[in-house]
Write a protein that binds this ligand. Structure first.
Ligand code: SDX
Length: 439
């Protein structure tokens, strides 16, 4: 897997004056987007750290995979706009693009799809892991466990220094995620596991493994399969978000890819990140009717109330999340196909969006709907319970995590990630034995 790795060119220097001493820090320029101040020599030259909790102004790496212009609401996968890929492409093609840097030709597409399809089965003993969970376990807790456990089945593809093993592990991860996710869903509803089929596409196979039962034949509705495929495209990668940064940091220690993806799944689960789709739909259900929207808008603006409008706001987008627009259209397609033309939650969502986008608080803080605002409505209409929403996000994001992990391994500049801190604890003091302590 070759990463089209580029190194930023130096375009001058940022001048820093510290204690009367002038320090020149190189400015690096990428192909588009903000330049960076290279601070790698700062501590050695000044004894000072930079300070950036939450990494609001920090570039952790170079990357040529995904670019976001948050002010313009632009998202590019290897340079291709997300809406063009979502409208004209498919998830397998998108996976190839993210992994290899270019759209595949017909032969490459056929070979890639065949390789993924013929890795979709999982070791039969993995079923024992599921049976150790309570039936009401959250599917994300199961996914964190079983994905990490994959390392115990595939010793032949955990050596990250072997490019062939990295490629095998990557294909296995992408291929097996739908099977593992469907098994988590089936286990939670007490139905038997359904095996993957090699004559079905990726999204179609996943929907069949989720909704088929042994008692009868099951044909996946092509409109729903297309919607599922688009959901997967929209959430496949997103620069250095929290879960991708988690995967990179885990990978920087040399951990095997299955452990790194399990770490990414754990991070994605948080409601401020991938868990927001579940939280957003629960919020829409709690609001229930359009007349209760003002009460929730007021709570979202109340500094003393921890409530936030789930599915709104973003660290990078200070404009409409381009994925949210495509996701909204997809929600309508699914609801129309299923004849659900008066989904009360969709009414609440659309009215909440309208009111919020006109509210000075949201306008001033540039809070727009993000990808998670409409994805829940689509996934619920497809038949998934809210507890499966973040699992579907993880299914999609696995491709991005693998692509970013591979790029990190290929990057000659990367080393183990080890941030420093501003220490605010006690200075050195002598140990006091129990008998001499006060109180
Ligand atoms: C994803 O990083 C990625 O790329 C993530 C993602 C991906 O594809 O990987 O795009 C997926 O995680 C999308 C985001 C999903 N999360 C949510 O929808 C949860 C609700 N959103 C917020 O929690 C929040 O907007 C974040 C976490 C998404 C972003 O938070 P930031 O960038 O740290 O911004 P902040 O918390 O500092 O908020 C800035 C201000 C604050 O007010 P002040 O302290 O300045 O007065 O805006 C307010 C916040 O209180 N604010 C909100 C709000 N989000 C921010 N107020 C009400 N409702 C909200 N949703």
């Amino acid at each position: 897997m070759t990463s089209q790795f580029k190194t930023g060119e130096t375009t001058g220097a940022a001048k820093l004056n510290i204690g009367g001493k002038d320090i020149d820090l190189p400015l690096l320029k990428g192909t588009v987007g903000p330049e960076v101040i290279d601070v790698r020599a700062l501590y050695r030259q000044t004894g000072l750290f930079t300070y950036d909790p939450g990494f609001t102004s920090t570039a952790s790496c170079d990357s040529s995979i995904t670019y976001i212009d948050g002010d313009q609401g632009i998202l590019l996968y290897r340079g291709y706009p997300i809406d063009e890929i979502a409208e004209q492409g498919n998830f397998m093609e998108t996976a190839y693009l993210l992994l290899y840097g270019d759209l595949p030709n017909a032969t490459e597409m056929k070979e890639f799809e065949h390789a993924i399809t013929y890795h979709t089965m999982v070791h039969e003993q993995l079923q024992n892991f599921y049976r150790g969970f309570r039936r009401d376990a959250h599917p994300m807790s199961i996914m964190v466990g079983v994905v990490g456990a994959l390392a115990s089945f595939y010793h032949d593809s955990t050596d990250i220094n072997d490019p062939h093993q990295r490629m095998v592990a990557s294909y296995r991860m992408i291929a097996k995620m739908p099977t593992l996710a469907a098994m988590a869903f089936k286990y939670s509803i007490g139905q038997p596991f359904v095996y993957p089929r090699n004559d079905l596409g990726y999204a179609e196979n996943f929907l069949r493994m989720c909704f088929a039962v042994p008692a009868e034949d099951f044909k996946v509705n092509p409109v729903l399969a297309r919607a599922m495929d688009r959901l997967l495209i929209l959430q496949a990668d997103h620069e250095q978000n929290a879960s991708t940064s988690t995967v990179r940091l885990a990978g920087s220690s040399g951990a095997n890819p299955f452990a790194c993806i399990a770490a990414g799944i754990a991070c994605l689960w948080g409601p401020a990140h991938g868990g927001a789709n579940e939280a957003a739909l629960n919020m829409l259900s709690e609001i229930g009717t359009v007349d209760r929207i003002p009460e929730f808008i007021a709570r979202a603006k109340d500094k003393d109330d921890p409530f936030r409008l789930m599915g709104f706001g973003h660290r990078v987008y200070k404009n409409y999340d381009p994925r949210a627009k495509v996701m909204q259209a997809t929600a309508h397609e699914v609801l129309d196909e299923l004849g659900i033309d008066d989904d009360p939650l969709l009414h609440v969502a659309r009215e909440l969006e309208r009111i919020a986008l006109e509210d000075p608080y949201f306008i001033e803080k540039k809070l727009y709907p993000n990808v998670d605002f409409y994805s829940g409505i689509t996934m619920r209409a497809l038949g998934f319970p809210t507890t499966m929403f973040t699992v579907l996000f993880a299914l999609s994001r696995t491709v991005g995590w693998i692509a970013q992990w591979s790029e990190m391994i290929d990057d000659p500049k990367q080393k183990i990630g080890r941030p420093r801190q501003l220490y605010t604890g006690p200075t050195e003091r002598r140990y006091v034995s129990l008998g001499e302590r006060k109180g």
